[in-house]
Write a protein that binds this ligand. Sequence first.
Ligand code: ASP
Length: 312
Amino acid sequence: MSEAGDLTIKMISVDPSSRGYALVIHGGAGGQVEQLSETQRGRYAAGLADAFQAGESILAAGGSALDAVCASVVSLEDNPLFNAGLGAALTATGEAELDAAVMTGDGHAGAIAVSRHVKNPIRAARKVLEDTDHVLLVAPSRPLADSWGLDTVDPSYFVTEVRQAQLADVRSELLAASRHGTVGAAALDSRGQVAAATSTGGMVNQSDGRVGDTPVIGAGTYARNGVVAVSCTGEGESFIEGVVAHDISARVRYLKAPLADAVGDTITTELRSRGANGGIIAVGADGRVVVAYNSDAMFAAYRENGEVITLA
Ligand code: ASP
């Protein structure tokens, strides 16, 4: 199931700052980072820094965790390097089928799956949260997106030459199906509310119609005020079967586990035990930030001791 690697857990845990808010974002987890040139890694780092800034500036101005996580994710969806929105990974037949979810700590969520027309899938997920009685919509139509006032595009907008070449390589078995690029964000705002958002094109060469963990609330995305906000990336089937994001929340809520322990224990029991790899970002109710992964590498950004740190 997993790419190369020994599934060792890499754990970053950043103490709460005095700012009263916190943000962490990710740009996917996987292997083969060593195949990227310094210049390419610099581009990923710059994309992550821009997206972090987009979300953090909202929090710094007293804005909501919901607005912040959506702003960061929109920035990454618009960046063709990442596997979300423009430049998403392609299905076996070369289509972009996009999944996204957002959840606020008051217990409400919105998600879309197999989306082909909305330019920014996370905005559609937010519409489901705010403007419908539903949680998950599959294949939202163009007229529906228009009625929400969202920008729509031809499905070909999402398909880049780089992703077509990647699909061809994976299909001819020249390349293992690297998964770098799914994106997500988790935040705590100055009113103590948390939110999490995740957006993806899924796994390269996946079956048409396959839906991963990203839009499954409790699997790839979860938030609960007073507890945690979580966004995941990795082999989605294992995150669904292990109900990973909710498992972390339950450990903090019921076992009173420190956040880093909760994340580490969930990776061990729900991912490593399945031979799966991936990465998790989380923000605790006190503003602690955790980035953990058992893949070879993970792309992420957060602030520590006043400095924005990018992992790329
Ligand atoms: N978790 C995503 C999925 O399974 C893929 C990823 O995070 O790279 O669809």
